[in-house]
Write a protein that binds this ligand. Sequence first.
Ligand code: NAP
Length: 485
Amino acid sequence: MKLQLNDSSLLQTQAFINGEWVNGDAGETFPVSNPATGEVIAEVASVGAEETARTIDLAEAAMKEWKKLAPAKRSEILERWHNLIIENTDDLAAIMTVEQGKPLFEAKGEVMYGASYLKWFAEEGKRIYGDVLPSPGDRRSIVIKQPVGVVAAITPWNFPNAMITRKAAPALAAGCSILLKPAAETPLSALALAELAKRAGVPAGLFNVLPSKSASLVGGEMTSNAKVKKLTFTGSTPIGKLLMKQCADTVKRTSMELGGNAPVIIFDDADLDLAVKGALVSKYRNSGQTCICANRLLVQEGIYDKFVEKFSEAVKQFKLGHGFDDDATHGPVVSKKALADIDAIVQNAVEQGANVVTGGKPSELGNCFYEPTILTDVNDKMSIFGEEIFGPVAPVFKFSTEEEAIAMANDTEFGLASYVFTENLGRIWRVSEGIEYGMVGVNETAISSEVIPFGGVKESGQGREGSKYGLEDYLETKYICMGGL
Ligand code: NAP
């Protein structure tokens, strides 16, 4: 299938360094393929450690002017980048669908969501305030905020656009420069964003994209190079831990958006239709490949059977298909390896006694398609209770009491998103305060936007993205003491 774009220059396949499109030193490339068909869409330039080191030097030099620019000027440039993304939504979405697999309507939604971070931080960057502290005698104590320095970013394939803007927008708004290694599965969306950054007038060296077939080489340089002052990472918990260790030698600031194991707690007193709708969106969006996806449905015993019945009726209406098919509600998962991992989790649960209500196997559509799946007869002793599934599989666990639900929700090393469905106000407070998560959706699962602080606790990470809190991750606090007044 040939990718048809209104503007073919958005399909870039070289690295973007210091405002220029370049190949890696060794002239190597790696293939990017369409998970719906297996077809190779493009060969993309691969960079290594030396190109990364050079980019860091250029980013450091570029930042010198950028950080002194009036915040309103930085804001104008970010706003232009935002507008260009919106104008090119159709092409950016098509590039995303072809390399990642999500249906076109979902890809368009992500492009808008991604753009919203640029608009938000374009505004927020104008409001980086300091403080004058009440001080004794002849001295005054001042606090100012300064950009943290050169930022390195590493992003995953599940949101190939928004995970980038969520980092680049606050970094640039704060006066930093940034170099980004996108996931090997989805570099084309990142490179298209770079093309639009260039057109928007983001000065050379401030936003750099380093695709690579060797994540550890690029990541190794990013984490060991003392000129990089901060690493921001979105991805799996094991890689996040590895990168934190690597950052320790140069004591870098880190922001870590890592894995999740989100519970959706549905009490007997919940609005059943609302809970079914919320669980459907949360579990199956992006074919179950989001870090805040419902991973465990915890349903109270009085409503359990009714919930499973309604939930499975709705799941059976889903239409699996290629992202460009008009009637496809859900696309493939990202790769054959992802498909095999998901199937192994399901088969393992079945061997341990789980009952397949629907799905439970790869789809006849082939390639990377997995049937939307519901499992019952599951319990907290099974391995599926503790694993991040990252696929369209919903295990529905049963509980009796509020205390048991809170204990089950907390029985994981993860702490990113969580959801509670109940009509009882006291319970809303007790459960929201009792569960150990960075985010709680009450009677709502569509919780993310640019205005909220997105992030996790425990092994789901540290730092927040979006909102006024997200800017702090890119700022240093400096104290100035004025004496002898
Ligand atoms: P991943 O395997 O950790 O990969 C994420 C990124 O890290 C990719 O760019 C990858 O590059 C890179 N990477 C891998 N090994 C590396 C190394 N040794 N050094 C430097 N970089 C390295 O995760 P994934 O499978 O792509 O993404 C899914 C995970 O991300 C899930 O756990 C999900 O929950 C999490 N996630 C979290 C959030 C959040 O906000 N908390 C949001 C989205 C996703 P290559 O692609 O080249 O391997």
